[in-house]
Design a protein around this ligand. Sequence first.
Ligand code: AMP
Ligand code: MG
Length: 497
Amino acid sequence: MTLTPQKTSLLDVGLTWHNSFSQLGRSFYTPLAPHPLPSPYWVGRSTAVAHAMGLDAAWLDSPDFLDVVAGNQPMAGTQPLASVYSGHQFGQWAGQLGDGRAILLGETAQGLELQLKGAGPTPYSRRGDGRAVLRSSIREFLCSEAMHGLGIATSRALCVVGSDAPIYRETVETAAVVARVAPSFIRFGHFEHFSHSHQHEALKKLADYVIDRFYPQCRMDDKHAGNPYAALLEAVSIRTAKMVAQWQAVGFCHGVMNTDNMSILGLTIDYGPFQFLDAFDPGHICNHSDTQGRYAFDQQPNIAYWNLFCLGDALLPLIKEQGLAMAALASYKTVFPTTFEALMGAKLGLTDLGCNASLSDKTLLEDILKLLAENRVDYPLFWRHLSNSEGGTQTQKVRDLFLNREAADAWLLRYSARITPAGRMAATALMLKTNPKFVLRNHLGEQAIQQAHLKDFSQVETLLRLLESPYEEHPGFDGYAALPPAWASSIEISCSS
Ligand code: AMP
Ligand code: MG
């Protein structure tokens, strides 16, 4: 491994940079450049994200751009910085945190920020080394694009670069940087930071920035007694409710729903010990470090509300009236269940679950979730096979997933009676675009990581392609949509990254 000399010339990639966050002022961040990463190499690249941010995808083949992502060359027009935030971690106030290993380079004319995660120490690194390891970087890269492919609001990932530089975790690993992209990486924790430290002017500046950029309708809203900050809290509650409803429907477990990992835009961010469920277990804990199960799969909807409550508390100096804040938060309690039921209805091929679901449809849904849990049925396969079962008439593959076939048959009989012959085609079409064939199961990520450690990145590329369009059939790739191997259940993913 040779040490790559730091380039001082500015690389112009033909983008116009606006960098509105940096204009907030120095109480919000520390300006600093990424730390150089020796001898970087490409691990994964997304041309779709390059297009979205207005970057010519040819840069993803360029050694100069490789150096940019590795932190070895500055880019013209950017203003690199690390932002400060605080937050509640595992239910406890954790005080000041901040971008301990992520550096925001800037924001393109398309309004997308580019951030390098794993770019070296910052004033907010505390005892951390500022780096990220290859395995967690590949997982973040693939999962960002997988969630986008599923239609779930998320930060995106432009690319991952690796290096043989040693990184010390439980064992010695190697370093990587993920280039993440989102309209903003502002978290609930940014608001908590300025509120808890009684910097109310900065708090207002931050809220005004977020409203003006992302929630301008909050200034026109007359529902909240003309209070734009209460309107903001409601808008964030609604976006968060919709995002978490999608997580629950697809079987996604985030793993670390601390308030500093909650996006003010209702995006899924900070992919760490996440997992897509294989066998359906509502109480599944995907994060090996979460010994109490605070962030278990079935706790996520309540935790999101708890986190929104923290945001409401942080915004109180601006909202001023507790009643207004509570009313804004209440929207979560209606939007989450109605969105979740509508999504689950679509998984069943029924368009009218949601606001006006009949009692028998609700029971049909509740009963299948209970049966899936009792039989620990593979969650993605159940829904995909059901989608291909022609309204519940071709059910062999579905019933084979259950230990209790009698109970499965009884439910399938009720289900096929519910889908009328006339409605079967429409139901199948809806289900096939609602129930993905491909999800980033832990063992798939793990296989790609093992190969990547051998400098073979073809699995990263294949998974990216499948996960970008997870509802397509992709003939020849059925192995990636199959039951997980036995060893998958022994994979342990923790906060270590
Ligand atoms: P996370 O659990 O990944 O959301 O991280 C919580 C906080 O720790 C954030 O402020 C991160 O920036 C910081 N952090 C995590 N890992 C590191 C690291 N290796 N070096 C520095 N800071 C880190
Ligand atoms: Mg985080």
